[in-house]
Every structure is written in C-alpha cells, then in structure tokens.
Design a protein around this ligand. Structure first.
Ligand SMILES: [Zn+2]
Length: 75
C-alpha cells in the first residue's frame, strides 16, 4: 500500500498512510521519511526507529494542526 517505501514499523506505516490520506506527500528515506503538506509550506521528517512509542501518532497530530489542514475544522 502506498507509493512510498514501506515503513518497517507497522505504526510508522499506518501514520504514513494517514498522512497520505490527508493529501501529504511522502518522500522515501535514506535516513528518514520526509512528509510535505499540500500547500508546500509545511514539512516534517518521520524517523524509522524513534524511541518515543507515541512518535508516529504525534507526527500525524502535528500534521493535522498545520494551518493548511485547519480549513476543514469549521465546526
Ligand atoms: Zn501547509
């Protein structure tokens, strides 16, 4: 699943799939993935073997907080 190189951690792969579903672009590592938002102003690295177990979900939450993502939250 996905056009990127599959993440070796299931949680990491799941996070990349969520980012992909949000319209973010995923660039393959040499050292880590780089994810880029649809507007092109926001980017973040996603590491392969983070020590923090919540790291991948934090990455997704971070992405959802970016200004270009917030236009859908008008509730
Ligand atoms: Zn953006």
């Amino acid at each position: 699943m996905g056009y990127w190189k599959k993440h070796q951690k299931p949680d990491g792969q799941k996070a990349l799939e969520e980012l992909d579903a949000m319209g973010w672009k995923i660039e393959n590592p040499p050292k880590y993935y780089t994810v880029k938002c649809p507007c092109g102003s926001h980017a973040r690295s996603v590491h392969l073997t983070p020590s923090n177990p919540g790291y991948f979900q934090e990455s997704v939450r971070w992405a959802k907080r970016q200004t270009c993502m917030n236009e859908e939250e008008g509730q």
